[in-house]
Design a protein around this ligand. Sequence first.
Ligand SMILES: [Mn+2]
Length: 465
Amino acid sequence: MSNLFDANIYIERRKALAQQVGSGVIILPGNNDSPMNYGDNIYPFRQDSTFRYYFGLDMPNLVGIIDIENGREMIFGDDPSVETIVWIGSQIPLQEKCQSIGIQECLPHNKISSILANITANGRPTHFLPQYRADITIMLSQYFGVEVSKIADNVSETLIKAVVDQRSIKSDLEVTCIESALDICHDMHVAAMKHARPGMYEREVVGITESIPRSRGVQLSFPTIFTINGQTLHNLEYNNKMQAGDIVIHDSGSEDPMGYAGDITRTIPVGGKFDSFQKDIYNIVLDSQMKAIEAIKPGIEFREIYWLASRILVDGLKDLGLMQGDTNEAVAAGAHALFFPCGLGHMIGLDVHDMQGLGENYVGYTEKLKRSEQFGLRSLRLARALEPGFVVTVEPGIYFIPELIDQWQSGKKHLNFINYSNVAKYRSFGGVRIEDVVLVTSDSYRVLGRPIPKSIADVQKICCS
Ligand SMILES: [Mn+2]
């Protein structure tokens, strides 16, 4: 069957999970189809990443259950009726699919309730994860007789931690998958650089870049950002006509056939040339990003790398007269967050923000390392010490957000660190962000994927070529 690893991979993953959780029953629902405007008209199917990690099968309406002490592993689902096959075509029997992931017990969906009641009798612990889809939340509410609104209070922290521990460390095979997703990202970003020309609408370039994963039978790993208003961090509108002199932030990514994500950002000069203002800001961000990447190694806290990247941004902004004073003090006070109000990066894997659905603090923080409440730093998704096998993004940026500038200036915020009259000259600048995906190796780091033009010279060479 296509799009599956060898059965042993899933068997080993489930075995490790069961060992880590220790006792009780683990229930991992897969996703269902999701209707757009009526039941039969559906969004593209996306499997739940944790389900796919342990059970591989990339299809709707399945539930996986692991009974730890009794060593049972079950998949619940149904083969389509002939009436359904009329519409969707013939399917490989579910039994056969289950065998290909090392599952012996393949049972009809309508048996879940009775089997669950049976194996969870006598107060055995049941483990499920935080949910992000309403239909699955309702299903769990029915299985366990817990009100829908109370499902979130009943999630298993033991299971969350076990899954996060396991999924955080990428095997060589998983790194290969991420690199094949990045291969597609490479082509998307090169195409965008070649096609972003004065007079075109942003959406026309998005149409070109998004056709690339589409034509290779895979999906985007998240909605594309392609905008001349790069100061808006997650801008999802593409209706502007691009003019010579604009710069575009292009943050997009594809999945690979196994569901692993790529996530790359480049900043593109429309018309092929950065002006001198743009070059200055671009080079500060590039310097920050490259030095942050070079600092990656096992043991270092990603929070330290965020601070390093921030200090380089501040030094550069000081050279341009936009900031002033002591760099370390400015970063400690959070003054740099006027220009860099977000985090530096995140783990990436089967999810683009890997395991965010399980709770960002479980993924990026620890018992001892708590999330800061400081504006800017509080948006840092990943802060904890890096370990070999982590795959992370590194994506500093400089953004000029008029509303934020006005708010800070009228509140006289950080007057000792920010030169507001010089900042005013950049008010309509937009933003610059540069992002790559990096593997933490046993003693250092490796930037994943084929290199995508990044220096000013390399970007200008390919733009409009
Ligand atoms: Mn990212």
